[in-house]
Design a protein around this ligand. Structure first.
Ligand SMILES: Nc1ncnc2c1ncn2[C@@H]1O[C@H](COP(=O)(O)OP(=O)(O)OP(=O)(O)O)[C@@H](O)[C@H]1O
Length: 100
């Protein structure tokens, strides 16, 4: 279930990793949180070279949003990519459609 996360574990991730975010990651984190908080329904796109912290940042965002009792789906285009994110799934597994 998408709301079945351990709130203590999520709070620990937020407490530990938000202070570790780089300035750039923090800007993105705050931008996403603001969008979620205000329920604007925005579509935000993050792209950056490999190894620059996208996965790290995404895990913090997932923990923050899930820790608020909200639903954050982590959907990846490959099984390997899905394993990198907590609760990560393929589209067919959580949205019931195939990405081709
Ligand atoms: N702010 C940070 N503080 C500490 N470690 C970090 C931070 N950001 C990233 N890292 C670490 O740097 C490494 C690379 O980060 P990450 O895997 O998130 O990059 P990525 O952009 O998702 O890479 P790829 O596109 O290749 O999948 C990881 O070991 C991650 O834990």
């Amino acid at each position: 279930m998408e709301i079945n996360y351990d709130p203590v574990g999520l709070a620990e991730i937020v407490q530990t990793d938000v202070p570790r975010l780089t300035e750039e990651q923090r800007l993105i984190f705050n931008r996403v949180c603001r969008s979620v908080d205000t329920a604007l329904g925005e579509m935000l796109f993050l792209d950056a070279p490999g190894g620059t912290g996208k996965t790290f940042l995404t895990k913090v965002i997932l923990a923050k949003v899930r820790g608020q009792g909200k639903i954050a789906l982590a959907v990846a285009s490959s099984g390997i990519a899905a394993t990198l994110l907590p609760g990560g799934k393929l589209p067919i597994q959580c949205l019931k459609f195939r990405s081709t």
